[in-house]
Design a protein around this ligand. Sequence first.
Ligand code: FAD
Ligand code: PHB
Length: 427
Amino acid sequence: MRTLPSRHNATCALPCATRRPYPRIVASPQTPVTSRTQVAIVGAGPAGLLLSHLLHLRGIESVVLEARSREYVEQRVRAGVLEQGTVDTLVSSGAGERLLREGLVHHGIELRFGGAGHRIAFEKLVPGRAITVYGQQEVVKDLIAARLAAGGDIRFEVSDVGLDGIDGERPAVSFWNKSGSAIIEADFIAGCDGFHGVCRDAIPPGVLRFFDKDYPFGWLGVLAAVEPSSEELIYASSDRGFALHSMRSPQVSRFYLQVAPDEDIAAWPDRRIWDELAARLETVPGWKLSTGPLIEKGVTAMRSFVTEPMQFGRLFLAGDAAHIVPPTGAKGLNLAAFDVTVLTEALAEWYASGDTALLDGYSRACLRRVWRVQHFSWWMTTLLHTFEHYDAYDRRLQESYLDYVCSSDAASTSLAENYVGLERAIR
Ligand code: FAD
Ligand code: PHB
């Protein structure tokens, strides 16, 4: 029979993910295999993997449970823009070596509207701060590699994940995998399982308050095997709708088009995508869009969503499990990284001293930044997209505001400091 260690026994001075203090109990096929860890993490997206990595550096053991295969999570194309603070976290934790080598550091973005491009110059407006363009799936690959190199425990392709005892001191996660059913008992559970995960729903009804907003459009995103037509990202607002030109490398470009939220991707053959991108982006005299083969296509609906609080008992929600933003501000992954930085500090303090102050303040510390980012993402979305209900007057107001943002140092500094990411005060 396993005994529950005291907090202090559970802490080790050295990274202890390779150490298994609790022997695994092998049971009959009918009985779930029960094991124990300090923090059970549901979800191997950026939030879950970074949390596991940061905890390991603090000597705290974790097990990560992921519904999908390793190949799937390493190929899933999503975010591309990392804030300065996210880059700093990855680099200082030792997971940023390839990011430093291959990431594209950008010191500005372009807002394109009214037949002209307007550069938001970070080097002038927020000196010393920049963004790095580096695909989310590359971050995921780097973090998986770091965890596995350190002997970390990531279980891919698990199913039927269920949470138990989250309001007590011995929460547990049950699941199935290839070998049968299993239970992991832990001191804490981190719900890093994205917007459609199961952790948020494990919290009893009436505890959480939800805030949300749907947008009357989605983004059609494509990856193209073609050299970017611009050195920096272009956010283009036109009467035909919004378009974004981003990139992944000197050979691969990433584009988005504003479309209906339920747009049928089958209605968008490659030719139509390139024509629409050209119509929305080639609005500056002399500027040409280079075209090439499309590697990947998908439509994402847009949503703003916040859960308050982000914790119940021993369950802590982080990343998209707790909040969603429309991608116009490029913030979702960055916010997920911030949450788990706060959670790591709080757990490390509890394991070191038993002090619950930072754990108790987790939601408050995260939600302050969450709401700033919510506002910025909503604001960028409203500023740049075309709304069906807009009349000519509304459109003129939007153009006037865009003009102000690009011509006033105060307004463009506000955009720039939010875009590169506000300083990370975690206490
Ligand atoms: P996820 O990445 O969703 O990871 C959750 C993980 O949990 C997944 O691997 C999932 O398979 C797993 N899971 C779910 N349910 C279960 C279960 N029951 N059991 C076990 N595992 C489970 N953000 C930015 O910062 N910058 C950008 O430029 C940017 N661009 C974006 C563009 C698009 C088109 C989209 C869609 C998003 C973009 N984002 C951007 C947002 C960003 O991708 C997300 O915010 C980020 O993935 C959140 O990470 P996460 O780890 O919280 O959640
Ligand atoms: C991306 O490159 O995928 C990207 C860039 C900027 C955004 C959203 C997505 O605002």
